[in-house]
Design a protein around this ligand. Sequence first.
Ligand SMILES: NC(=O)c1ccc[n+]([C@@H]2O[C@H](COP(=O)([O-])OP(=O)(O)OC[C@H]3O[C@@H](n4cnc5c(N)ncnc54)[C@H](O)[C@@H]3O)[C@@H](O)[C@H]2O)c1
Length: 405
Amino acid sequence: MRAAPCGSHAGSVKDAPAEMSPTKTRPREAQCTVGVPREIKEQENRVALVPSGAYALVKDGHSVLVQAGAGEGSGLSDDEYRSAGATIIPDADTLFDRAEIIVKVKEPLAEEYRRIKPRHLVFTYFHFAASRELTEAMMRTGAACIAYETIVDREGRLPLLTPMSEVAGRMSVLAGAGALERQRGGRGVLVTGVPGVMPARVVVLGGGVVGYNAARVAAGLGALVQIFDINLDRLRYLDEVMPANVTTLHSNPFSIRKAVAHADLVIGAVLVPGARAPVLIPRSYLKEMQPGSVIVDVAVDQGGCVETCHPTTHAHPTYEVDGVIHYCVANMPGAVARTSTFALTNATLPFLQRIAAIGVRGVARAEPGLAKGLNIWRGKIYHEGVSSAFELPLSPLEEVMAQED
Ligand SMILES: NC(=O)c1ccc[n+]([C@@H]2O[C@H](COP(=O)([O-])OP(=O)(O)OC[C@H]3O[C@@H](n4cnc5c(N)ncnc54)[C@H](O)[C@@H]3O)[C@@H](O)[C@H]2O)c1
């Protein structure tokens, strides 16, 4: 028997309290069918739900459909999903046909648009502001689009972006250490040093999630680390928690120029929310850097904080400018798909459980942080960033709460 409709049908939680934590959702009559398609974007090996997540949803009373092979890129077999209570569906068309909530990793691609119907609730990374085509296509589907990247927690952080920044931050030092090897064009420095020989000097620009994780790994390897930020409170915090081989410094052009001239490895990790990354290393600094030193610009997805940075791929991650090796892979977590899948789904699952329990209107009336995830529904835009990116009308969330099923 097909599960009763959920998602856009929030009627059964009409009088749900405004503040509900994922653990406090009350049972509803209409349970959901959650569908997990195989990601089709090139080089995307993550999957939006792991078997333990499927088990949790089934325990909540929902049905879980997983497209055959969806977990393959992350080393998760169909049998593991089956044993967690999920049903394996051979093809994407059938999966979209039968599911009400679609949970993905990346934004839908053109060939997926036609599968998305008004009754669907799609929960994934959309990054709408980066694509008018995607925004208009999703408006045309009529589906509810809840974006990972715009959900905000009680502290004002972005809890579904944090895990990927943790992965990229930790990875940046390992990627940089590899690029420092002589045969890869680097200056032949072992980050750890050895008895009697200096370790690498590592400069981290930005002390947020990426920068914190990068500095921790570099320090753990024994490097001499300098970490820059403009936020004094953040520097105070880093100063408290970092080991003795990490120095915190206030970010300004004079100090950065001096530090990068002596660095073996520079990690770019700044972010100004909603804006292009500020350029902290203009091309003129490169000539003062040591030949074969390495820059890993993690902020490349926001334009990069190094003037000479341009996006690269895992297949060809580095290039050289003025004797300095640049590593600027825009989707670093993709290379460690298994770790990234678990890190991502640890963060997304509680939200998915909650959304499945309360539906779209429940999301709109939930605490404001979760409601910020609702970007588009029934052809209208409910997120300010998306509306202002394309000068399209912004509709008030109150309208969602008042909508009839
Ligand atoms: N390439 C990838 O695969 C990948 C993966 C994850 C995240 N990222 C990107 O990494 C960047 C950092 O992300 P995050 O999660 O650490 O952000 P965050 O908001 O946690 O941290 C950014 C930090 O930069 C600091 N900052 C801003 N302007 C500065 C300046 N002029 N000088 C020094 N510090 C400055 C802020 O005070 C903040 O502490 C973002 O652009 C993010 O999109 C890239």
